[in-house]
Write a protein that binds this ligand. Structure first.
Ligand SMILES: CC(C)(COP(=O)(O)OP(=O)(O)OC[C@H]1O[C@@H](n2cnc3c(N)ncnc32)[C@H](O)[C@@H]1OP(=O)(O)O)[C@@H](O)C(=O)NCCC(=O)NCCS
Length: 183
């Protein structure tokens, strides 16, 4: 049974059930959603990613959680926390926020609403000393959201991801708890 992690005005963030994997793959594995994430995923790549998400929840107590619409329980994507673990990243282990919504949920402030709840959890319940977010400059929707959340780009954390040569360099934005509480 999934646990509720947070509720906002329109959304529930919750843990994953085993049977969420197929539904998530069916609605999220589109060229537009995966455009800046290496393209559509083969089933075995998604299964490996899903297993990693489950492992983060088990070992860290957080992961990229399911974002569900409160009104009808429809799955909209994920948003949550993990630790940086990318090949080439200079800050392995730092707490990272990440998001991915189905395209029908874009442009409604849903990612921002889920991200605010996630940052609150990150700085309170999980006492993160800092939270970063990673993307490529090509992904304007993602870094635009980072900046709307008050995150600040840290050029010292730029790196090249060997899996995503067409998108390099990867860039990172950072938020400190003081900046979050005084926003
Ligand atoms: C990155 C991503 C989550 C951003 O989603 P988003 O919907 O653009 O982000 P927000 O929730 O902040 O919504 C902002 C938009 O909603 C609009 N909006 C509508 N109602 C709103 C409300 N109540 N509150 C805030 N914004 C609202 C804003 O005007 C803005 O529109 P604009 O983009 O036309 O200027 C989304 O593009 C996505 O899932 N992409 C695919 C996966 C991906 O690349 N993930 C990131 C990997 S690094």
């Amino acid at each position: 049974m999934a646990d509720t992690v947070a509720e906002t005005q329109r959304l529930r963030l919750r843990t994953w059930d085993e049977d969420d994997a197929d539904r998530f793959y069916a609605i999220m594995n589109t060229p537009s959603v995966m455009r800046f994430l290496g393209g559509v995923q083969a089933p075995d790549a998604w299964r490996a990613a899903f297993d990693r998400l489950m492992t983060y929840q088990r070992e860290l107590g957080f992961t990229f959680w399911i974002v569900e619409r409160l009104a009808d329980r429809e799955m909209l994507g994920f948003c949550g926390l993990k630790r940086v673990n990318y090949d080439g990243a200079p800050n392995a282990g730092e707490v990272e926020i990440g998001w991915r919504l189905r395209d029908s949920a874009w442009g409604q402030g849903i990612a921002k609403e889920a991200a605010i709840a996630t940052l609150d959890l990150g700085f309170t319940r999980f006492a993160a000393p800092s939270i970063v977010a990673v993307t490529t400059l090509h992904n304007r929707a993602s870094w635009g959201l980072m900046e709307r959340l008050g995150m600040v780009r840290d050029p010292a954390l730029d790196y090249d991801d060997p899996r995503l040569p067409a998108l390099n360099p990867m860039r990172q934005w950072r938020l400190l708890p003081e900046a979050w509480t005084s926003r």
